[in-house]
Design a protein around this ligand. Structure first.
Ligand code: C5P
Length: 219
């Protein structure tokens, strides 16, 4: 058994993007390096927690010591998350595609020379954070992320209420902040009755703060 304030606690973390196929060689996705998710997993592991790390196809290294589940699509991520429950806490860091292509092709789509363009039809993906927050097997603490470009706090508070999670870690991702794809984060922790603006920190430091807060809350 490992030591630390999270010893014996199971923490489920989603990370990375999901890929939604258009055909066997093409997909749509959100931009996500997986860096914040991997940093979070490492921070929870460092405090002695057991981590199930459900990740889409991300560039970031996989956290060593976690149980890693690799998925591609949002629906696969949703299934992997359900299969990993119960958990003491869940942190939804993944940039899940909101829509999948309903008429994805089994064969590579070809230009037919006539100039006819493919018509993609979309279907909505399950909202994994909302489903788990409102489900029977709800972990004691559920944390979501919010990337916002304006009205960051108000949008995060509304998102917290709408999804039914406990905390939202909100980030201002306006391009001039350099946060998207960068090494740093400026997070705002929104809880039921509080708003904490954290200074600009590395993604590792942000992860350690979240893990420390989680340990306090679970103790
Ligand atoms: O609704 P929005 O995508 O802005 O919410 C972001 C939060 O919800 C993140 O924590 C993300 O991981 C989670 N999410 C999810 N499943 C979705 C969409 C978002 O778990 N289909």
């Amino acid at each position: 058994l490992r030591n630390g304030p999270l010893a014996g606690k199971h923490v489920l973390i989603t990370s990375g993007p999901t890929h939604e196929p258009i055909d066997p060689v093409r997909y749509i996705a959100n931009r996500s390096s997986g860096a914040q998710g991997t940093a979070l997993a490492e921070a929870v592991l460092a405090l002695g927690g057991n981590v199930t790390f459900v990740t889409g196809p991300a560039a970031a290294a996989r956290p060593s010591g976690a149980r890693v589940v690799e998925v591609e699509t949002a629906r696969q991520m949703a299934d992997a998350v359900q299969a990993a429950l119960p958990a003491d806490a869940a942190i939804f860091c993944a940039a899940v595609a909101d829509w999948r292509v309903e008429n994805a092709s089994d064969l590579k789509m070809k230009k037919d020379g006539s100039g006819t363009l493919p018509a993609l039809q979309f279907a909505e993906n399950p909202d994994i954070l909302a489903t788990v927050s409102q489900g029977d097997n709800r972990p004691g603490i559920v944390i979501g992320f919010a990337a916002e470009t304006h009205d960051v706090i108000a949008n995060a508070q509304a998102k917290r209420a709408r999804k039914g999670c406990d905390w939202i870690v909100a980030n201002d991702v306006r391009p001039e902040t350099g946060i998207m794809g960068g090494d740093e984060n400026a997070a705002i922790l929104v809880t039921a009755d509080d708003v904490e603006e954290w200074p600009r920190l590395s993604k590792d430091q942000t992860a350690r703060r979240i893990a420390a807060r989680l340990a306090e809350e679970l103790s």
